[in-house]
Design a protein around this ligand. Structure first.
Ligand code: ZN
Ligand code: ZN
Length: 213
C-alpha cells in the first residue's frame, strides 16, 4: 500500500480505523480507550472540507471540523461559507473554532472546542477559557497524536498501526486540502488547489454579475 496523500489512501485510512475496531469520538468528553478523535483543521478550502466530509459520511466516519472566522482563503460568513458549515453539521460532523491566537470568541456556530491555527509552543497546550483546547491534556497525549502537516507524517502514516489496533486511542489531524487536491509534493498539491479555485472564482464572478466577456 502506498501512503499517497489522496482520497484513495484516505479511504484506506478509514478502513484501517474500522479494521482496528476503533470508534469515532469528539472532544466533548475525554478520550477513552478505543477512540479515534478525527480532527480537520480547515485552513484553505471549504470545498475540500465538504468533499472529505461527504466521503466520511459514506464510510460511517464522524469528525470534528475546525473552521476559521478570519481566514484569508475563505469567508465563513458568506452564503457559500454558511452553506458549507450547515452541510458539515447535516453530515453529522462536529464543528469547532480554528482560532488565531489570542482571539478565541465563541458564537453559536461552534461547539465549545478550539484548535489554534499555526500555534507557538508557548500556548499550544494551555487551557482556553470557555473551550476545550484540543492540544491540552488529556486530549493531547504524546504518542497518541498524528498529523499530516505539509504532507509529512512526522512519525509515519498511521494506517498500519490503526489496522493492528496498536494505539490505545488516537487524535488524528488531517488537513482536507492535502488529500482532496492531488500532487506528489505540497507545492504541487497547492497548485492543483489553486487551479480548482480559479474555476470556482470565475463562477463566483459570474454570480456577482461581473461581465466576463
Ligand atoms: Zn498509509
Ligand atoms: Zn490551521
Amino acid at each position: 500500500m502506498s501512503c499517497a496523500f489522496d482520497l484513495d489512501h484516505y479511504r484506506e485510512l478509514l478502513d484501517a480505523i474500522e479494521a482496528g475496531g476503533y470508534r469515532y469520538a469528539t472532544f466533548d468528553a475525554g478520550p477513552e480507550d478505543g477512540s479515534v478523535l478525527l480532527r480537520h483543521d480547515v485552513d484553505l478550502s471549504l470545498d475540500a472540507a465538504l468533499r472529505l466530509g461527504r466521503l466520511e459520511r459514506e464510510h460511517g466516519a464522524t469528525a470534528t471540523y475546525f473552521l476559521m472566522t478570519e481566514s484569508v482563503f475563505y469567508n465563513l460568513a458568506s452564503p457559500h461559507g454558511r452553506a458549507a458549515l450547515a452541510e458539515l453539521r447535516d453530515l453529522g460532523h462536529a464543528v469547532g473554532l480554528h482560532a488565531v491566537y489570542p482571539r478565541a470568541s465563541r458564537d453559536d456556530r461552534f461547539d465549545a472546542v478550539l484548535a489554534w491555527h499555526n500555534p507557538d509552543p508557548g500556548y499550544v497546550h494551555e487551557p482556553v477559557s470557555g473551550f476545550v483546547n484540543v492540544m491540552q491534556p488529556p486530549w493531547f497525549t504524546k504518542g497518541q497524536y498524528r498529523s499530516d502537516s505539509n504532507q509529512h507524517w512526522r512519525e509515519g502514516c498511521p494506517h498500519e498501526e490503526l489496522a493492528r489496533g496498536t494505539f490505545p486511542w488516537l487524535q488524528l489531524l488531517v488537513h482536507p486540502e492535502i488529500w482532496v487536491y492531488e500532487g506528489g509534493s505540497m507545492g504541487d498539491t497547492m497548485r492543483a488547489m489553486l487551479d480548482a479555485k480559479h474555476d470556482e472564482w470565475l463562477e463566483q464572478l459570474a454570480d456577482d454579475r461581473i461581465d466576463l466577456t
